[in-house]
Design a protein around this ligand. Structure first.
Ligand code: ZN
Length: 144
């Protein structure tokens, strides 16, 4: 396959947030990637959760990351996530190990790449794709 992978159509994606996840999504509106980090012991966690798994603190900082990382794992999907709306769509869910956040991995999708580009360890960089209600979701493309 040589055609480029595109994003899952954002107009069909709706998210819900809560007090623990909203800072992540607010930063995404500004095309910034942040990570939840315990304000007491500095242990990072993703996804954001109410309690630190290390010290049980609920105080969070949100340091900004570079938006770069490497593909830790992936899957190739040939079934549309929106059958009847978008058919015959190939997309690639990926797990990205984020630079500057050891052990933190983000689930996303690969875009602007072909299946021939796809491999474990591929360097990638983030881009933010608009979805419903003014939010954006993180996608990744091969970094240059
Ligand atoms: Zn902690």
């Amino acid at each position: 396959m040589t055609s480029k992978l595109g994003p899952v159509p954002g107009e069909h994606i709706k998210i819900s947030t809560n007090q623990w996840t909203e800072p992540f999504w607010q930063a995404g509106k500004e095309d910034r990637l942040v990570v939840a980090q315990c304000a007491k012991c500095q242990v990072q966690r993703m996804p954001p959760t109410p309690f630190c798994p290390n010290c049980q603190s609920q105080e969070l900082d949100w340091p900004q990351l570079s938006g770069r990382g490497t593909i830790y794992s992936y899957s190739i999907c040939h079934r549309s996530p929106f059958p009847g709306v978008v058919d015959n769509m190939t997309y690639v869910p990926i797990i990205v190990e984020l630079d500057g956040a050891p052990g933190i991995r983000l689930v996303s999708n690969l875009v602007d790449a072909t299946l021939d580009d796809l491999k474990i360890g591929l360097p990638v960089e983030i881009l933010w794709n608009p979805i419903q209600d003014g939010w954006k979701v993180p996608l990744f493309r091969p970094s240059v």
